[in-house]
Write a protein that binds this ligand. Structure first.
Ligand code: NAP
Ligand code: MG
Length: 490
């Protein structure tokens, strides 16, 4: 059985260069049940178990997906291993053709992917449409281009693929994270087993259908759904050469322990508590817009979200006033409404986590601000929230909330801003808002963050490496550097 949803009512016009192809289908097809994608076939899980994936905006069940157990993981890894010799020896320009084909097919089905991403995970359709899906296609295009140019990426060095990569991804950017993982792995000649997150498996299963249509040789890409245990079984599988993980710092640490002393290589993209810093010489309106985007984009479910705001004391009153005014205009609600700015929280569990932090702020006696707009009756929603004068020691300033909650602090001098911004166990990203180029360059060196944005925030591009310092993980994805994680370079 298949549900058909007409997406014609949703306006998909955009001038983004990787936007939906004109022939992009208007129909969204979601099956009632999805099996595991192993060896280019959809196969039933050995456990015979399936779990429901729901739409967090209305709590309705969208579909059921298979729960892979240890033997299913084994079957997927074997399929990937079997495919490896042929795939890795295929002339690189032939490998590239398959990856280009995947990119093209994502463009052709961009509407379908955008609608499913929004339904399964709760993100606003305009973000799925303009950012997630186009960027996912862009990653495949970008890495397809590298496949037959690896000798130029690493001049005078010998490069070889690693083998079978086990890839585990989170729920905040489901298709995009799959693209970040699969595209470079394939370009370098590896084969993969991907495990999507439990709450957002559907675009990965759509990608499996697309990969089948693209005619990739059997077993080059395998996609297995399941819970944390499925991920753990993949990490522990003895025939995996590389683990690429994006998720929480907590699980990242478990993975590091599990693979210690084995041949397995790893890249870990973990949590964050990133600083957005506004200096008095900045273009304030532009900075306020960047701060709003930095924390409320994707409901704040962003590893590099600008969840700590540092404002220079002299402009505190103006920035806070403008932030409050901007909150009044944000539309919170139905993710499939193209005007929605802040959609649904991804799961009940995540909403409970966020609400617990709101209580902590209240208990600490912090001043806060919310606009109590009317929310849909069903579904998981959280009003965007500002907390003012947050102490450095507050849990709201220290811990990753992963929701639409901004902790505002102030500073007087450049050195104080740097010291406070770096005072965190994380180091994923930072934003600097200033009119002075020299200040932006100085901070980009001094801030311990993998990415430092100047007068912008949350800007992603496949050519640009992304990754963390400290407890935000190690290794880089994107750009030339993203190839290294999938190669033995001698
Ligand atoms: P998570 O709980 O760590 O889960 C991530 C993935 O790992 C999911 O597929 C999960 O499966 C699986 N998993 C859970 N336990 C596992 C185990 N013991 N062994 C192997 N795999 C396991 O993280 P999340 O809540 O989905 O995502 C939010 C976190 O991801 C945030 O901390 C965020 O900062 C981080 N993140 C980082 C980046 C980055 O690039 N640095 C990007 C996006 C997100 P289930 O879904 O079934 O639990
Ligand atoms: Mg879901």
């Amino acid at each position: 059985m298949t549900k058909k949803i007409n997406s014609f009512s949703l306006k998909f016009d955009t001038d983004w260069q990787y936007a939906a192809a004109p022939e992009s289908s208007e129909h969204v097809e979601i099956k009632d049940k999805y099996d595991l994608f192993i060896g280019s076939k959809f196969v039933q899980p050995k456990s015979k178990k399936y779990f429901e994936t729901i739409n967090p905006s209305n709590e309705e069940v969208i579909s059921k997906v298979a729960e892979a157990n240890g033997s299913d993981v084994d079957a997927a890894v074997s399929a990937a291993r079997k495919a490896f010799p042929k795939w890795s020896k295929l002339p690189a320009k032939e490998r590239a053709k398959y990856i280009f084909r995947i990119a093209r097919l994502i463009q052709e089905r961009a509407r379908e992917f955008a609608v499913i991403e929004s339904m399964d995970g709760g993100k606003p359709i305009k973000e799925a449409r303009d950012i997630d899906i186009p960027l996912a296609a862009a990653h495949f295009f970008y890495y397809a281009g590298w496949a037959d140019k690896l000798e130029y990426a690493f001049p005078h060095r010998k490069v070889e693929p690693l083998g079978v990569a086990g890839q585990i991804i989170p729920w905040n950017f489901p298709l995009l994270m799959a693209a970040w993982k699969i595209a470079p792995a394939l370009a370098c000649g590896n084969t993969v087993v991907l495990k999507p997150a439990e709450t957002t498996p559907l675009t990965a299963m759509k990608l499996a259908e697309l990969i089948q249509d693209a005619g990739l040789p059997d077993g080059v890409v395998n996609i297995i759904t399941g819970a944390g245990q499925t991920g753990a079984a993949l990490v522990e599988h003895p025939d995996i050469d590389k683990i690429a993980f994006t998720g929480s710092t907590e699980v990242g640490k478990i993975i590091q322990k599990a693979i210690a002393g084995t041949k397995k290589k790893a890249t870990l993209e973990l949590g964050g508590k990133s600083a957005n810093i506004i200096f008095e010489d900045a273009a304030i309106d532009q900075a306020v817009e960047g701060v709003i985007n930095g924390i409320f984009f994707n409901q704040g479910h962003v590893c590099c979200a600008g969840s700590r705001l540092f404002v220079q004391e002299s402009i505190k009153e103006e920035v806070e006033r403008k932030l409050k005014a901007r909150l009044e205009t944000l539309i919170v609600g139905d993710p499939l409404d193209k005007n929605t700015d802040v959609g649904a929280i991804n799961s009940k569990k995540q909403l409970e986590t966020i609400e617990a932090y709101l209580k902590i702020g209240e208990k600490e006696g912090l001043e806060s601000f919310q606009v109590k707009s009317k929310l849909p009756k069903k579904g998981y929603y959280c009003h965007p929230t500002l907390f003012f004068d947050v102490a450095q020691s507050s849990r709201l300033a220290q811990e990753e909330i992963f929701g639409p909650v901004l902790a505002i602090q102030t500073f007087r001098t450049v050195d104080e801003a740097i010291e406070k911004a770096n005072n965190t166990p994380y180091g994923l990203s930072a934003g600097v808002w200033t009119d002075k180029g020299s200040k932006a360059f100085n901070l980009s060196v001094q801030l311990k963050a993998g990415v430092v944005w100047a007068n912008t925030f949350n800007k992603f591009d496949p050519t640009s490496p992304f990754g963390g310092y400290k407890e935000s993980g190690f290794g880089r994805e994107g750009g030339l550097q993203g190839l290294e994680g999938y190669l033995k370079v001698e």
